[in-house]
Design a binder for this molecule. Structure first.
Ligand code: 0XW
Ligand code: MG
Length: 371
């Protein structure tokens, strides 16, 4: 059952709700996605089976990743997969790592497609193929682009009305302005709303301490306050709230260190880790270490969201934080199969693999094809 063909596509995905801003004035207008299609013989004479994956960075300044880099790396990665067995995603990931050192984000869609292919061959939804299906779905959060306090409060009300019960307030700038943002959003929402304040690494340590001191009366989770791991962890003793790390969670060592340093939770992103294989490894380690876990990604549409739905659903419910529904962030779809998100829950497709029937016409002509 060898992989006989590898094709890559680009899909530009504008945001439904306009520009998305995080700390430091970093603004994006949409995702720029790389979609990977693996084609293999399925063992029956003349029959072919496909596996699909997707990855989009968030602009060029969120992580050390950019869409043009992923497309350039695809030229090195795609030929390495032709001829590999279609039912061995771990071996496929090793081949990606042998073909190109580093660049985990560029490997993410290839690795994801390898898991979709193997799970389809096994005729199992990816969550079950990964070993578990805990509950009906994963709680969704919606991120509030960084704006003035009233604009953020208005968006919070809109998302609450759409069913989201968890809101991520983008902070990481001036601590007094951020305090006003947080208080406006908190006042706009009914009791029971769960708030995360995500600085995306934007605070100087002293500004983060100031924000913490001024907002000690509010209930929220503090996410990725400063740029470096050391700075962020130095806040542990000053932070009465749960502290979670996102951008600093890059590999297994960072997960183990976070647990040892008293961090409460982590966010694993498939693109940052390098695909489903490392995301699952970090997730399983975090669960064993007693951390709360979010499995999500940096961007994409239906294919990427489906992968996050399966990874999240196969995370034990008592350790799971929440995840994102990127297909609802963007104006373009790349396939069908994701169930509705009623009640603020991301449910996983029930079909084999990712469970997405890809809309080929939405992808246009391939950027590259080998095999
Ligand atoms: C909210 N997100 C998942 C979307 C962007 O990719 C960044 C990320 C975050 O946590 O900042
Ligand atoms: Mg974050």
């Amino acid at each position: 059952m060898p992989i006989v063909r590898v094709a890559c596509y680009r899909q530009e995905q504008p945001f439904r709700d306009g520009p998305y801003a995080v700390s430091g004035g970093r603004v994006s207008l949409g995702f720029d996605s790389l979609v990977v299609r693996l084609t293999a013989a399925d063992g029956t004479e003349g029959h072919l089976i496909e596996g699909w994956g997707e990855m989009s960075p968030l602009g060029t300044t969120y992580d050390p990743a950019f869409a043009g880099g992923a497309r350039a790396a695809a030229l090195e990665l795609a030929p390495a997969l032709v001829g590999l067995p279609a039912d061995q995603p771990l071996a496929l990931k090793r081949s990606l790592d042998r073909a190109l050192k580093g660049h985990p984000y560029a490997k993410s869609a290839f690795d994801m497609a390898g898991w979709d292919l193997a799970a389809r061959l096994a005729k199992r939804p990816l969550a079950e193929f990964l070993g578990g299906r805990y509950g009906e779905g994963t709680a969704l959060y919606r991120s509030l682009s960084q704006e003035g306090p009233e604009a953020m409060a208005a968006r919070a009300r809109k998302y609450w009305a759409e069913g989201y019960r968890r809101l991520q307030v983008k902070v990481g700038g001036d601590p007094l302005e951020d305090e006003a943002r947080l208080r406006a959003v908190a006042a706009a929402l009914p009791a029971g709303a769960v708030l995360f304040c995500d600085a995306n690494g934007g605070y100087a340590v002293g500004d983060a301490r100031r924000f913490l001191g001024r907002t000690a009366d509010l209930d929220y989770v503090f996410e990725q306050p400063c740029a470096t791991y050391r700075e962020s962890v130095s806040l542990r003793g000053h932070c009465p709230h749960p502290l979670v790390l996102d951008e600093n969670i890059v590999d297994l060592e960072s997960v183990v260190m976070a647990a040892l340093d008293g961090v409460d939770g982590i966010t694993i992103k498939s693109a940052r880790a390098g695909g489903v294989t490392p995301a699952r490894l970090l997730r399983d380690a975090a669960v064993e270490l007693g951390l709360k876990v979010t499995v999500e990604d940096t961007g994409g549409s239906d294919l990427d969201t489906a992968a996050m739905a399966h990874l999240s659903l196969s995370t034990p419910a008592e350790r799971r934080q929440h995840t994102v529904d990127f297909h609802n962030w963007v104006t373009v779809s790349n396939g069908s199969g994701l169930p509705g998100t009623e009640g603020g829950l991301l449910r996983a497709p029930t079909g084999p693999g990712l469970g997405i029937a890809v809309d080929l016409a939405s992808l246009g002509a391939p950027l590259l094809e080998v095999g």
